[in-house]
Design a protein around this ligand. Structure first.
Ligand code: NAP
Length: 531
């Protein structure tokens, strides 16, 4: 089947710049050439998205749910081709990619169920009171509506679950927003295959063709053009702090600024308290090394800071971590640039004042990330804010706090985080209750005696956090609540029944949960406008 997504049609085939993908697995360029979108093609893609928006935004939840489920089925139908291509492009192991495919299909299914049920539109009906003095109260009804065409930047480290048909795309399509994806240059072949699956699903379910399109960029120009285009009404991003911040500035400096949801990673502090260390320091140490080295540490939830309150069991924990690091085989990183950054950032950390290396795992191939563990005293950590910057890869820094005061100072110095973890016994918190509040103030997800890697796709998940972890801490990029990034509330005042969306009609034809006055109910409302 011909790949039909690159906008611009046949005229755009001439003298176009082509991208190829480098394989970290083979060390060679892979088959396949991917045309870079020209400015007029970005323009064309946005125009097409704008053209389909009125139809797509008003399709029923049931129809959009069918579409999302069909995308999942078409992704599975790609079979081994998809997994093999993703392995070649990212170097990630097969087991990890099979799991990621399951997650991708699963989250498409979760969004489908969410919109098929329908109550997510948060309908609120507030009855009129014509007799109210001095002025009558109007009939007011509010619900969430899709914002318009949106731009999405796929992540490099999750070629399936945070990319082409990943959580951002699934949530935007679920909301009724056409999507234009800026494809990640590291897995353009995987992207093209998944794009094909989306297109087939659209045809099967009768959804307009241009609800999903992608563009391939050259440098950063294409992505910036996309975010700057007046037809784009919101955008999301997963990746580096520099990239997220640069694109946020583009979004904010438009004539019409738009919401921009950047998830930019974090150091995910783990606080280890004395009673827990005394009871099971060796087990905690092994758990943490496993977590920060998994898949070469290429997770935004990687525990990169381990903040320890000195006490009995600390040395046992550090020794266990040391041994686990020495035994940890290096793993392939997903790109040359990622590996180069990892080396450079690790060196910066090890050359910082009073940071000492605890141990390194065995060296691997030229693109492998070597597990690395270092330590620093709280005093030296506090005077070097750069030690808080993320090292993307299998690196973690232990911060030793000799007393509760230094522990609290370290916690108060931390910026916003996606996650914060407490390794503790409940009695550890008897005199340190405020530690919990300090962590909650700084993170999107608090983990109790676990590891932060492994982000469950759940309606209760918060994957985001205060700056610099994310650009807007009120929203999540994982789980069904992620749909809220793509909608805005609209109030309908005294609008006749026949002109109201079904979700707001008095008879409640969709049978959804609605708030009428102060009650949540699925019942009809007694409210009647001019019918
Ligand atoms: P990235 O460099 O931030 O790139 C992500 C996407 O944004 C790509 O499509 C990239 O375009 C685009 N982009 C980046 N900077 C831009 C800018 N200034 N203007 C316009 N577009 C821009 O992420 P990456 O390539 O996946 O990895 C690089 C680093 O990101 C890692 O070393 C790590 O520190 C961090 N990272 C964080 C997370 C996370 O979950 N938060 C995930 C992965 C990586 P191109 O494709 O054209 O480069």
């Amino acid at each position: 089947m011909k790949d039909i997504t690159i906008p611009g049609g046949k005229n755009a085939e001439k003298a176009r710049k082509l991208m190829r993908v480098f394989s970290p697995l083979t060390g060679t360029e892979l088959d396949g050439e991917y045309p870079v979108a020209r400015s007029e093609e970005v323009q064309y893609a946005v125009e097409q998205a704008m053209a389909v928006y009125p139809v797509f935004s008003t399709t029923s939840g049931a129809k959009r749910a069918d579409f999302l489920e069909a995308i999942g089925e078409e992704i599975l139908a790609l079979g081994e081709d998809l997994i093999q291509r993703a392995m070649a492009e990212t170097g990630l192991p097969e087991s990890r990619l099979l799991g990621e495919r399951g997650r991708t299909v699963g989250q498409l299914g979760q969004f489908a169920a969410h919109i098929r049920e329908g109550s997510w539109v948060d309908a609120i009906l507030d009855p009129a009171d014509p007799d109210r003095k001095p002025f009558p109260k109007p009939d007011l009804r509010q619900m969430l509506v899709p914002m318009g065409p949106v731009a999405i930047f796929g992540a490099g480290n999750f070629p399936l679950a945070f990319s082409t048909a990943g959580g951002d795309t699934a949530s935007a399509l679920a909301a009724g927003c056409p999507v234009i994806l800026k494809a990640h240059e590291g897995h353009l072949g995987t992207n093209a295959l998944v794009n094909r699956a989306i297109r087939l699903a659209a045809r099967r379910t009768g959804v307009p063709e241009h609800v999903f399109q992608y563009v391939v960029g050259d440098g950063y120009i294409t992505g910036r053009e996309l975010v700057a285009h007046p037809g784009i009404k919101a955008a999301s991003f997963t990746g580096s702090f520099g990239g997220g911040k640069a694109l946020l500035q583009v979004a904010n400096s438009r004539t019409e600024p738009i919401p921009f949801f950047a998830e930019m990673g974090s150091t995910n502090p783990v606080v280890v308290l004395p009673e827990a260390m005394a009871a099971r320091g060796d087990v905690i140490g092994q758990q943490l090394v496993w977590s920060f080295t998994l898949n070469a540490g290429q997770f935004c939830t990687n525990p990169g800071l381990i903040i320890v309150r000195e006490g009995e069991g600390m040395q046992k924990m550090i020794d266990a971590m040391h041994q686990a690091v020495l035994a940890r085989q290096a793993e392939l990183m997903y790109g040359k640039g990622i590996r180069t950054n990892f080396d450079a950032r690790t060196q910066e950390m090890l050359q910082a004042k009073s940071v000492t290396l605890i141990g390194k795992g065995p060296d691997g191939g030229p693109l492998d990330g070597q597990a690395t563990l270092a330590r620093v005293h709280a005093v030296d950590f506090l005077i070097q804010p750069e030690l808080q910057h993320e090292v993307f890869g299998p690196f973690s820094l232990i911060v030793i706090c000799p007393d509760d005061d230094s522990l609290k100072q370290v916690l108060r110095s931390l910026g916003g985080q996606l996650t914060a973890t407490l390794m503790a016994e409940e009695r550890d918190l008897a005199d340190r209750e405020d530690i919990l509040a300090e962590l909650v103030n700084r993170c999107g997800r608090l983990v109790w005696n676990g590891v932060p890697t492994g982000v469950e796709v759940s309606p209760a998940m918060q994957h985001g956090g205060p700056w610099p972890a994310a650009s807007d801490s009120r929203f999540t990029s994982v789980g069904t609540q992620a749909i809220r990034r793509w909608v805005r509330p609209v109030s309908y005042q005294n609008v006749p029944e026949a002109l109201l969306p079904k979700a707001l009609q008095s008879a409640n034809p969709l049978k959804i949960w609605r708030r009428i006055g102060t009650e949540w109910t699925k019942e009809e409302s007694g409210m009647r406008n001019q019918e």
